[in-house]
Design a protein around this ligand. Structure first.
Ligand SMILES: Nc1ncnc2c1ncn2[C@@H]1O[C@H](COP(=O)(O)OP(=O)(O)OP(=O)(O)O)[C@@H](O)[C@H]1O
Length: 262
């Protein structure tokens, strides 16, 4: 089936910092067109997994393929071709503080398409800023002049700069108020549907998992211990999964979701 096609495939991944092993023999597939939520306790290696997939963390062992292209041992120009097909929103936005929002959005465009003229760069930045739900005047502001929610949207605008097919979001709703977080979820879902994106979404936000994730991958014990729809995860008997989804916050999120969906 076409929708089962993997955009990201991770096999036997091992990562470590010195003697500290973060992942050991981790496997994961992200299917084309899905929003995959990635959850796990603090420090279980969600961000490191994302960094290993996008080539910022060299694995000790294992294979990572993106769009069917093995990423390890790639020549720089081959990796470049794959990298321009994804966008990344790092935890906290990771905006360049000395650049305006528009200039931040233009950073990946300048890197990948140095020949684009300034007028076109400005037009693209304006459009991405609009797509991310920011007002037009936000283009001229510096990160220090933005609220937390606006910074997230600016980070999203930059991640969308290259018309990506694959979007990585690292804790996009962390630090947002509940209304801002719901709005960001809705924006993510709308963009995924209208642009046909595949989304790798790291989150601690149970409401986000219920609201927009097609499947959820759980990281514990250095591996992906389960992946599936939330109902499928609930059927497993791993204590962390059980506590996570059936604890007070998990129950509240489920109730909220059920209320909203009748
Ligand atoms: N550059 C680094 N050098 C050394 N250790 C690191 C480095 N980056 C991450 N780690 C360690 O790797 C482990 C996993 O970190 P990671 O940031 O992936 O966790 P996480 O699951 O994303 O956590 P959180 O939910 O708190 O954001 C942690 O123990 C962290 O201290």
């Amino acid at each position: 089936m076409a929708e089962q096609e993997s955009v990201i495939s991770v096999r036997g991944l091992r990562t470590a910092f010195g003697a500290q092993v973060i992942h050991d023999n981790l496997d994961l597939d992200v299917r084309k067109g899905e929003i995959l939520g990635v959850v796990g306790g603090s420090g279980t290696g969600k961000s490191v997994l994302m960094r290993a997939i996008i080539g910022l963390q060299e694995p000790e062992a294992g294979e990572v393929s993106v769009f069917g292209t093995p990423m390890r041992g790639r020549e720089e120009d081959e990796a470049f071709e794959v990298r321009r097909r994804w966008g990344v929103m790092f935890q906290g936005g990771a905006l360049f503080s000395t650049l305006t929002v528009a200039e931040n959005v233009q950073v990946p465009l300048r890197e990948f398409y140095p020949q684009i003229d300034n007028q076109l760069l400005d037009e693209i930045a304006r459009f991405k800023i609009h797509l991310s739900g920011l007002p037009p005047e936000a283009a001229y502001k510096y990160p220090s002049e933005l609220s937390g929610g606006m910074k997230k949207r600016a980070g999203l605008a930059r991640a969308l700069a290259m018309d990506p097919e694959l979007l990585f979001l690292d804790e996009p709703t962390a630090g947002l108020d509940p209304i801002g977080a719901s709005m960001f979820d809705e924006l993510t879902r709308n963009l995924q549907e209208t642009l046909g994106l595949t989304v790798f979404l790291i989150t601690h936000d149970l409401d986000t998992l219920y609201a927009i994730c097609d499947r959820v991958a759980v990281i514990a014990d250095k591996k992906v211990i389960a992946v599936g729809k939330i109902d499928e995860l609930l059927a497993t008997d791993h204590p962390w999964i059980h506590d996570y989804f059936t604890g007070p916050r998990g129950r509240a999120a489920r109730l909220g979701h059920e209320r909203q969906n009748g």
